[in-house]
Design a protein around this ligand. Sequence first.
Ligand code: DQA
Length: 158
Amino acid sequence: MSGLAEPSSGTKPIYVLNGPNLNLLGEREPEVYGRTTLAQIGERVSARAGTFGLSVEFRQSNSEAELIGWLQEARHESCGVVLNAAGLTHTSVALLDAARALGRPLIEVHLSNPYAREEYRRHSFVSEAATGVICGFGAQGYLFAIDHLAQLAKSPNG
Ligand code: DQA
């Protein structure tokens, strides 16, 4: 038997997908997004998932097309998705369409609280297809999302 920290072989990974400019975390507007780098978030997310026996595919792209491709891949290859679509959150119907086709739990995450910011950040296309939204908790929000997906993976009907 494997221990709890061993990713279980039967369950598909959680896809954690990050959109444009999130590769600059730590340097980019630290007063808004904090000083934690994306690599550090990736490490924390994988460690947290590991405590539930789950593994993570942690990816970032500045390309809308690539993110859509990953969402399509996640339809069959993941047990759920954590998505920080960054600026595309507020602009991309194509990303929404891909999110609608996912057929898996989808948690939308933002480091900042877009509702406390500029007017144009207050609408999210992604939210229309999201199971839930976590925003304003910095890097910790990713961990909340992992906790929820791990819970769902254990008992899909809540
Ligand atoms: C963000 C919020 C978006 O409005 C912004 O365009 C980002 C990051 C966040 O994590 O707070 O790039 O998604």
